[in-house]
Write a protein of this length. Structure first.
Length: 77
């Protein structure tokens, strides 16, 4: 019998019930951590994106655009 893991549900289950400080710790603990943490941040971003209005989406896009433009690109290894 195989078990199918739904990544979104697993992440939501892990953070469900956390207070704001717990959510902050999860996010900050995942930033610049091992790449295994990135899918969790992706799920959190998806939740945010789906639940904010167009103006806030535009603001996030502007921040991402600005920050990506400032990043120094290094060759892929």
């Amino acid at each position: 019998m195989s078990i199918m893991l739904d990544l979104r549900q697993a992440v939501i289950h892990k953070v469900h019930g956390k207070d704001k400080e717990g959510l902050r710790e999860m996010i900050e603990g995942s930033i610049d951590a091992q790449e295994a943490a990135l899918p969790g941040l992706g799920v959190m971003f998806e939740i945010l994106w789906k639940n904010i209005d167009q103006a806030k989406q535009d603001e996030l896009l502007a921040i991402l655009d600005q920050q990506l433009a400032q990043m120094e690109m290094k060759p892929l290894k």
